[in-house]
Design a protein around this ligand. Sequence first.
Ligand code: MUC
Ligand code: MG
Length: 369
Amino acid sequence: MYKTIETLLVEIPTIRPHKMAVATMQTQTLVLVKISTEDGFIGWGEATTIGGLGYGEESPESVKTNIETYFAPLLKTLKDVNVAQIMQVINRNINGNRFAKCAIQTALLDIQAQRLGLPLSEVLGGRLRDSIPVLWVLASGNTEKDILEAQKMIASKRHNIFKLKIGSRPVEQDVEHVLAIKKALGDDISIRVDVNRAWSELTAIKGIQMLQDGGIDLIEQPCAIHNIDAMERLTRKFDIAIMADESLMGPQSAYELAKRSAASVFAVKIAQSGGLLEGCEVGKIANLAGIDLYGGTMLEGSVGTIASAHVFSTFSNLAYGTELFGPLLLTEEILKTPLKYENFELQIPTGLGLGIELDENKIDNLRRQ
Ligand code: MUC
Ligand code: MG
């Protein structure tokens, strides 16, 4: 049934250095997975990580090795089975590897949706919207540059919500930087911060109080991944929204975080969740627990971005919008027709499957040989 399963590492420089507490990116390595079937269908998935192993437990190289060594031979043994049955076999035989699993599942669902003659969102239960809000991340590391960048985004109607990457400088300096940007952009513009787990609980208490007083809307992942106790205490202590990002690693951790009220918002990421279906499950757990939703990114290119968009289009609650700007951070386009960003939103394609067409010649030129 499945003829070929290829993993391509595609190197694309970013439009400027992207500075986070965990890594500074100058190039993104897209991890693209292409699956072809005996009867002529082709599906795409993506397992891109941030900063090699700087952010999570999988790297582009580990994903490629594990797909080629373990996933592909297993997939080739399966005949006449649906996506759920394939994922069940994969999950029984392969531990962890959420990014690789997500890429494989995306490609399988892309193929399934094409077979059924539907956009991918409809295979997930059906979209509730045709476009989703997208914020921009200011991460040049320089206050003046960030303000100019934001003003351009607002003027061109591309983004009117901004997330600032902080955590690598002393907390007072970070707060000064954030509040200067807030002041320059004005009250109508929503400003959020992502600490990428850089703060101790005491530093977090100090920083969050100042940011809350300064009119900032949300604090993302202030403390360490496994410090759920601190996340819980901070969420209970402050009125400002506290969002779980790195701590949220799929349905099981969504359940644990929800049970302990350790976040008021979930950043749902399909790769961190281990798949599109699992991303939907995280959304459902949040809904049941009264936790708001935000559509997160692993700074993927167009494939992972649009797969995420199909998932987020099915969420009834998307109170904090999304950050699906990944392709806009890259200097090269890998689609024949670029994704459509207009009026502060990303349009969700209506074509079959993912609804995008990859430029394979371009990918061939950019891929690591
Ligand atoms: C993260 O932690 O949120 C998403 C946007 C961005 O700039 O970095 C990523 C990862
Ligand atoms: Mg984050």
